[in-house]
Design a protein around this ligand. Structure first.
Ligand code: ARG
Length: 470
């Protein structure tokens, strides 16, 4: 296969070089953006008088036919043609002759690949946004159903204070809501149009970059041709967004693994979202949660790889930049899969309300409430902390929990204790009393749910407006 750039060469490319150089195996997924970008470019070339309208029309029709060929799986991708850009261009010229050979006027693959990637990022952001908001909704719905479900909250993985399952899930909702905010930021970086930068220094032809931007729904045009072809910030931003999102999914994964263990028994995954063991017949494993946790490392790796790739690159395009794709695509696939499966896994899991509540009957997570009780009776918090610490030590020694100590026992540590202390030790009282803004109190949680729904509504609108700008 003769090369589109073969003019100055007198030998065929070494087979290994062809194989090593080619990106077609992974960049073929950009075919749609490549064709759409080329159509906009051809139309602009025609309208600006750089090629004839007749040639532009032929090119556009030819490109549309090629789109069909690819979608019907009738397109022969060739490694010798290196990448998606040259595969499509070569096929166009094969189909329509010289007009096809004019398409690359005032353009380089450097600005072309940048254009494709910007468009592709935008498209994927919309799909990811949909999955993200779906998961947010699942969390809200599940939280709604568990407003009264009490459970221990943990710090250092030690029982800390009573909370509700709703409160716990809303913490994740709030993380995801920030992830969506970050997604909107990634969009801004992707929404800049690079075509017309040429290989590095623009072009001598009277092109109209703003017309291309308009046709392709970009709100900005790169103001510097060198920046346009070397910028990969939007990919770094995407990978950062994805890494933070995965950190959230990984943390909930860890909790799913813990909660579904016999030791906790707080939840049971639906059979459709768990797996068995080939040897141990009793096993029901949370593989999906473990895999999401595991894949988080992979996504972090892609961010790291990209940061290192751009670190020492002189301006402008260097072939190193072809390495921007595989990790980026893999990240997209990974976060989409993780979000999709998580929505269903959380929606279908069984929550063992009793197990959660029983856990609270046998712990000291109400100790802070007892200290607060003494504070309300006039003691300084530090002193109250000391007194209750002694009560806890005493209870442990006596193999009891706080509600089981007698008033006489309490009185040996402070005269301020009265029989009303029993009420405040009840887990539901501990939760109900935490009415500070953002706290787990039932009343406060109800407000958080209302706020959450409003946030979700607004984000659905934001997503809709992105869809209009694809
Ligand atoms: N396949 C290349 C990439 O993904 C396209 C740009 C190649 N440009 C070049 N001058 N070799 O980066």
């Amino acid at each position: 296969m003769s090369k589109l750039w073969g003019g100055r060469f007198s030998k065929n490319t070494n087979k290994m070089v062809d194989a090593f150089n080619a990106s077609i195996e992974f960049d073929k997924r950009l075919y749609h953006e490549d064709i759409r970008g080329s159509i906009a470019h051809a139309r602009m070339l025609g309208n600006c008088g750089i090629i004839s309208i007749d040639e532009a029309t032929k090119i556009i029709a030819g490109l549309k036919d090629i789109l069909v060929e690819i979608e019907e799986d009738k397109f022969d991708f060739s490694i010798a043609l290196e990448d998606i850009h040259m595969n499509i261009e070569a096929r166009l010229t094969e189909r329509i002759g010289t007009a096809g050979a004019r398409l690359h006027t005032a353009r380089s693959r450097n600005d072309q690949v940048a254009l494709d990637l910007h468009m592709y990022t935008k498209k994927e952001l919309v799909e990811i946004g949909e999955l993200l908001l779906k998961f947010e909704e699942t969390l809200l719905v599940t939280a709604q159903a568990h407003q009264k479900t009490l459970m221990p909250g943990y710090t250092h993985l030690q029982r800390a204070q009573p909370i509700t399952f709703a409160h716990h899930l809303l913490a994740y909702f709030n993380m995801l809501q920030r992830d969506f905010r970050r997604l909107l930021g990634v969009w801004q970086g992707a929404d800049i149009m690079p075509l017309g930068a040429g290989a590095i220094a623009g072009t001598t032809f009277p092109i109209d970059r703003f017309a291309v931007a308009k046709e392709l729904n970009f709100s900005e045009v790169y103001a510097n041709s060198m920046d346009a072809v070397s910028d990969r910030d939007y990919i770094l931003e995407f990978l950062s967004f994805a890494s933070i999102l995965m950190s959230h999914l990984s943390r909930i994964s860890e909790e799913i693994c813990l909660w579904s263990s016999t030791e906790f028994g707080f939840i049971e995954l639906d059979d459709a979202f768990a797996t068995g063991s080939s040897m141990m017949p009793q096993k029901k494993n949370p593989d999906i949660a473990e895999l999401v946790r595991g894949k988080t490392g992979r996504v972090y790796g892609h961010l790291q790889a990209m940061l290192v790739t751009v670190k020492g690159l002189p301006l402008t395009y260097n072939k190193d930049l072809q390495e921007d794709k595989e990790g980026f695509f893999d990240t997209i696939d990974t976060i989409k899969f993780s979000l999709a499966v998580y929505s269903e896994m959380i929606a279908t899991m069984k929550v063992n309300v009793e197990k959660m509540e029983q856990a609270l009957a046998k712990d000291f997570s109400n100790a802070t409430d007892l200290a607060d009780y003494l504070v309300r009776k006039g003691l300084a918090f530090r002193e109250a902390h000391e007194v209750v610490g002694k009560c806890v030590a005493h209870a442990i020694q006596a193999e009891k929990f706080l509600p089981e100590l007698t008033l006489a026992e309490y009185k040996t540590y402070s005269e301020l204790f009265e029989s009303d202390l029993l009420v405040i030790l009840r887990p539901e009282e501990c939760v109900a009393a935490r009415t500070s803004y953002g706290g787990p109190a039932f009343s406060e949680n109800a407000k958080q749910l209302i706020r959450g729904k409003a946030v979700l509504e607004k984000q659905l609108e934001d997503l809709d407006s992105l869809k209009q700008r694809l």
